[in-house]
Write a protein that binds this ligand. Structure first.
Ligand code: GMT
Length: 382
């Protein structure tokens, strides 16, 4: 099948999922066309089966806001016609589902009927999409998608509670590619980050408010008072400066390493003993799953869809949002006994394997088929 994927090309979870899905689809023989404003960060080499089409938004001084949706929908129309695309898969409702819907309508004028799948990822529903300024457009574009999927049961429930949704929402969880991790590094190079006696704690995110970065630092601060440890902070975002300042105030700057964005998170997770994810809201927690496939237990909040990934007392521990004391105690429970740590590591890997791409890809292919077959209905109804 010829599939156009629309996503954010950045380090955010939705872009990562969309990119990895596209790569996996191409490996299964589909032809995949990414349409976005920059080549997605996780996308490597382009080939006959993986294409990238850049959306340009010409600057014009009259506009205070440059019309990205307009440029995206026009690019989609051109790409569909030029490459004979059979299906649109848009990741993150805002503004992708809206632009996708416009492209569909423009194409229908030329008797080209193209089904659209919208995948809801989290903040497009829980934070941004829910704002009254966006809500009517988001509701409209979800209801006018041919198939709607959500990355967790929790996000599905929230979507149904917050919006007036007439469409069935299918849950297709996020995934990892187990085969990429099976040949794990023989030497994790722990010594690059810590002394032999120190445990390595890691946090990876886009450093936005919802990630509760100060909680990450304060959990670590409590932890390092009781056991020798280093904290590795991976990512970039608005909360990073304050996080560095907080480390100074707590006098732990020498124990916290800020690495910035990285394309080598499996290398970092290879030498990690414990992962922290105390988020305020999290539809799924892809970062936790990536930690788990690298045999790293997770200390997290119990927000949103995290309990669908991190299993209490098995792959890690979950606490109420903001309960940093309990999170620090649970972290110590895992770290202070090597046998316990080993057990949690094994469990983390085993649970993560359930989310292997080989189990999840057929679910997407089946909704693609359903949407593709529905194009005949569209022919008659539009
Ligand atoms: O976590 C973020 O802020 C990025 C955001 C995104 O859309 O790029 O992540 C969301 O989608 C991920 C992939 O489906 C989920 O794993 C994250 O839980 C979700 N983030 C939130 O709900 C806050």
């Amino acid at each position: 099948m010829k599939i156009a994927i629309v996503c954010y090309p950045t380090f955010g979870g939705s872009g990562v999922v969309a990119t990895e899905l596209g790569i996996a689809l191409a490996n299964r023989g589909h032809e995949v066309h990414f349409v976005t404003y920059k080549q997605p960060v996780r996308l490597g080499l382009l080939s006959n089966s993986i294409h990238f089409h850049e959306v340009h938004v010409p600057e014009y001084p009259l506009f205070k806001y440059q019309p990205y949706e307009l440029a995206l929908s026009s690019k989609l129309v051109d790409t569909v016609k030029l490459y004979g695309i059979e299906l649109l898969h848009v990741h993150y409702a805002i503004p992708h589902a809206y632009a996708g819907y416009m492209a569909k309508k423009m194409l229908a004028e030329e008797d080209i009927f193209i089904p659209m799948i919208t995948t809801l990822h989290g903040t497009d529903i829980t934070l941004v999409g829910n704002h009254p300024f966006y809500k009517p457009a988001v509701t409209f574009s979800i209801n006018n998608s041919d198939v709607v999927t959500s990355v967790s049961e929790s996000l599905k429930k929230e979507t149904l509670a917050l919006f007036d949704i007439q469409k069935e929402i299918e849950v297709i969880p996020n995934f990892i590619d187990k085969s990429k991790y099976s040949s794990s590094f023989t030497d994790c190079q722990r010594s690059l980050m810590a002394d032999d006696n120190e445990k390595i704690i890691t946090h990876i995110s886009n450093f936005r408010k919802v990630k509760r970065i100060p909680d990450v630092i304060r959990i670590f601060n409590k932890l390092q008072e009781r056991t020798a440890a280093k904290l590795v902070m991976v990512g970039e975002g608005p909360e990073k400066k304050d996080a560095e300042q907080l480390c100074k105030e707590l006098k732990i700057s020498n124990k916290v390493i800020f690495l910035g964005n990285s394309n080598e998170i499996d290398r970092i997770l290879c030498f990690t003993d414990l992962f922290l994810l105390p988020s305020e809201t999290e539809s799924f927690g892809l970062a936790a799953l990536e930690a788990m496939i690298n045999k790293v237990p997770v200390i997290s909040s119990n927000a949103g869809g995290i309990p669908e990934v991190n299993e209490q007392g098995i792959t890690g521990y979950l606490s109420a949002v903001g309960d940093i004391e309990e999170m620090a105690q649970n972290a110590l429970k895992i770290l202070s006994d090597d046998e316990v740590l080993e057990k949690f590591k094994k469990n983390a890997l085993k649970s993560a394997e359930k989310f292997d791409i080989l189990n999840i890809l057929p679910l997407y292919e089946s909704v693609y088929e359903k949407a593709y077959n529905s194009r005949f209905d569209q022919t008659y109804t539009s």
